[in-house]
Each structure stands twice: as C-alpha cells, then as structure tokens.
Ligand binder design. Structure first.
Ligand code: GDP
Length: 451
C-alpha cells in the first residue's frame, strides 16, 4: 500500500448553507501549527476546548470549540483538528482561508475517507459504507450501511478468504509432496471443504445482493395498453395519488417516475405511456421512451384489463417487450372480471390477479416483487453492498466452481489452486487489499468534500 500523503488538508465538513454549527476539519502534520496560530495554543487531545479563532492580524473570526485528535487515534489516522464554529458560509470560508494561509490545502472529495483507508483505519468496503450511510434513503438502508461501516460485510469476506487460503494450502501441499500419495480425487475432506466454501460464497452473494437492493433499489416498469389501470396500480403501490388516472386512453403521455418504498426496499417505478403505435408526435416520444425504460428495468409488470381478457393489443406488447428483464403479467380489475385474487403460473408465465381499485391482491404482489428481486423478508438486510462488491463476489464464486471442477473432475490440483488464488484476489478487491489506484480514485471521487 502506498505511503500516506504528507500534506495537510482542510474542508468544511458540515453541509453547505446556514446552520447552528459549522465544522471545519483538518488532517495532516500541520494541525498543531494551525492550532498554535489560529487558536493561540494546541487544545488538549480529545477535549472540547473553547477558543477564539483568530485571523493573521489577530482579529477574531469566530468563537467556538476546537477538538484535537493526535495521530494515530483519529478518523484518518493522522493528526486531525476540528474547529466547531458558527454554521454560516462566510464565516466558515474565513476559517478555511485562514487554514490555507497557514499551509493547509483544500481537500478533494472523499479525501478524508481516502486517508483513513490508506492508513488502515477503514478498509475499502467500510469507507464506501461511510458514503452510503450518509446517502441512505431509507431507514433499513441506513441501518445496513452502519453494519457495513462497523465491518460486518468485511468480516464475512475475510472468513471466506481464509477458507480459500486454507483449501489452497491443502491442495498445494498435496502437489508438493506427491510421494505422500495424497490422492486429491479420493480426498473426501477436500470435497467437503470445497462444498462448504461454495455454500458460504453463495450465502454471502445472496446477502450482498440484498444489500445492493437496499442501497440502489430496483427499477420497475409498468407497461400495458392504455386504460388497463397502470396509473392506478402505480398509485396503489405508492400509496398516494401521483399519476393522472383518467378514462381517456393515452393521457399518460410521458414517463412518470416515482420512488416508493416496498417495506423498506427502495423501488423506482416507471409508469409508461401507453405502449402502442400512435401518430401523435408528443405521444410518440412518450412511447419511445417507454420502450427504452423497459429495456433497462429490473422487472416489467405487464398490466392487462382482466375484464377484457388478453387482447390482441396486449399480445403485441407482450411480444415486443425487451427480452432481458424478467416480467410478470398483472391481471387487473378482478373486481369486474370476478376472478379470485392470487398468484400462479399462467400461459404467459407467472401472473398475479389484483384490483388496483379495491386494493385486493396488492399485498401478495408486493411480496412477490420482493421475492423476485431476491429480497427476503426478515433478512433485515444484514449489511449494505454495492454493485462492485456483487460483481467481485460473482467472479469469486465462478472461480470457486471452476476450481471444484478442476479438482473433482480432472484431479488437476495446480489449476484448482490457481483458480482459488484468483478467487482470493477478486474478494480482495472488495476490501481494497488488491485494488488499482485508478479504481480507488474513482470510488473516492464520488464522495462529497469534507467526507
Ligand atoms: P392507464 O391508462 O393504464 O394508466 O389506466 P388508469 O390507471 O388511468 O385507469 C383507467 C381506468 O380504469 C380508470 O377509470 C380507473 O379508475 C379504472 N381502473 C383502474 N384499475 C381498476 C380496477 O382494478 N378496477 C376497476 N373497476 N377499475 C379500475
């Protein structure tokens, strides 16, 4: 790992705007120098110290509290000075300018967290969790982010890495000492350990997927011909009126995006313009955008009016739906058709029967949607994860399966050992043990300044 940088960084750590308190944070070797000049002394370590913040000519800029955390016992692992003053943009700017005048430089986005990572205070998954905790949009996501920040996810990754290392050592020993006749193919403990590792890896993947859903949510597209009840369904799922519900076909001309929470799981719902051929120019644009949205969705709900049955137009839409995302047929208006609510397999795949008007069948639909996204109720979202983590876990899992095949089908110990080593590297990307500077730069650049 590279050496920590030696300059001193400064930034306003509180959000822009006006507030009761505004915090300027510094990290680096100049903290004591800055304190000596600005506060006319270095505050006692880890003690809130009342002080006047003074400009170069001795005039007071602000009056507040100072906190000094000597290295290595600080967030970044370096000397850290926090100046808690009044939360106004001008006064905070004056404090920051005084600090830069004393030799500090303005911090880049995420640079405090980056230094914490470089000084082994946090691993990469934990540093990302800092940003995710701050950005979380639901209570469940916030709780899960905190668990990641506290190291829950990293710990699970380490357990898996240790299992991989132990197995690889075992295999390599067998390769190095062929005389001892460790027959890889006949070694039943080896089979068991491989199977156990594969299971652990699958479980971790499922948990991480859950964590990713909590962070990013899922995108749901509601498609169907006009007047089948798409807007009504969106409103019913969202729990308040957001789309225009009307009897005139073709009123929902544009895409409507709603962010709703399905029992804590963020869902971005896209209600599409009636997916149909039209000569109206404005409506045409809406229709085109509907198809684009459908192709990028995590799930497509194709809504039909059950009182009319599946019409030729419904079938045309069904045929033209993008092949990628999974889809679910929603038979709406069962209050008119008289069909019983519920879910099951129909001739067009899985279907649910609901009434957006009366609300019948909506709860099972919610449960089904969550299940189809791999979100288990009661799983509580053990930790928060990102797409990047899931990719690494998937790669590691595939390598583990490849290793198993090499070993159990071909007795190819060396190839299996190499696969296990690669799997370990993939997992190391999650915690940042094996991560390119390029990727690190990209990750921290998405953080905000002062974080
Ligand atoms: P969209 O064009 O597909 O978005 O359809 P809307 O949501 O605008 O609904 C069209 C019409 O069907 C409106 O008059 C709704 O009140 C009605 N509607 C929607 N869902 C139901 C339902 O479950 N039962 C009944 N009886 N009417 C419904």
């Amino acid at each position: 790992m590279s050496q920590p940088p030696l300059d001193t960084i400064v930034a306003v750590a509180t959000p822009p705007g006006r507030g009761g308190i505004g915090i300027v944070r510094l990290s680096g070797p100049l903290c004591r120098t800055v304190a000596a000049a600005l506060l006319e002394r270095t505050p006692e370590p880890r003690r809130a110290t009342h002080a006047v913040f003074r400009d170069a000519d001795g005039t007071a800029i602000d009056d507040g509290l100072a906190l000094y955390f000597p290295a290595p016992h600080s967030f970044t692992g370096e000397d850290v000075l926090e100046l808690h003053g009044h939360g106004g943009p001008v006064v905070l700017d004056l404090v920051v300018r005084r600090c830069t005048g004393l030799g500090a430089r303005l911090a880049r986005p995420g640079e405090f967290s980056e230094r914490a990572f470089l000084n082994d205070k946090l691993d990469l998954a934990q540093a990302e969790a800092v940003a995710d905790l701050i950005d979380s949009g639901t209570e469940l996501a916030a709780r899960a982010a905190l668990r990641s920040l506290q190291g829950e996810f990293s710990r699970r990754v380490h357990v898996l890495v240790e299992g991989l290392i132990a197995l690889r050592t075992h295999i390599e020993a067998a390769i190095d000492f062929p005389d001892e006749e460790l027959d890889l193919l006949a070694d039943s403990s080896l089979r068991q350990r491989l199977a156990a590792l594969q299971e652990d890896s699958a479980r971790l993947q499922a948990a991480a997927n859950q964590g990713r859903l909590l962070r990013d949510g899922m995108t749901l597209v509601i498609a169907g011909r006009p007047n089948v009840g798409k807007s009504s369904l969106l409103n019913a799922l969202a729990g308040f009126d957001s789309a225009i519900v009307t009897d005139v076909p073709g009123t929902t001309r544009d895409l409507l995006r709603e962010h709703i929470s399905l029992d804590g799981l963020p869902v971005h719902v896209v209600d599409t313009a009636g997916l149909r051929a039209t000569n109206d120019v404005v409506e045409r644009i809406g229709v085109d955008r509907a198809w684009e949205a459908a192709a990028a969705a995590d799930e497509i709900l194709l809504v039909i009016d059950d009182s009319a049955g599946i019409t030729r137009e419904d079938l045309t839409i069904l045929e033209r739906l993008p092949p990628g995302p999974p889809r679910l047929l929603v038979r709406n208006k069962i209050d008119l058709s008289g069909r019983a609510a519920g879910a099951g397999d129909g001739e067009h795949g899985q279907e649910v029967r609901i009434s957006a008007r009366t609300g019948t069948g909506l709860q099972p639909l919610r449960a089904l949607l969550k299940a189809r996204m791999g979100y288990a109720d009661g799983g509580e979202g053990e930790f928060l994860a990102r797409r990047r983590h899931l990719d690494a876990l998937q790669r590691a899992h595939a390598l583990l399966e490849q290793a198993a095949a090499q070993l159990l089908d071909h007795g190819a110990g060396e190839l299996a050992a190499e696969d296990l080593r690669q799997a370990q590297l993939a997992l190391g990307e999650i915690t940042g043990e094996f991560t390119s500077d390029d990727l690190l730069g990209r990750i921290f650049a998405t953080f905000c300044i002062g974080k």
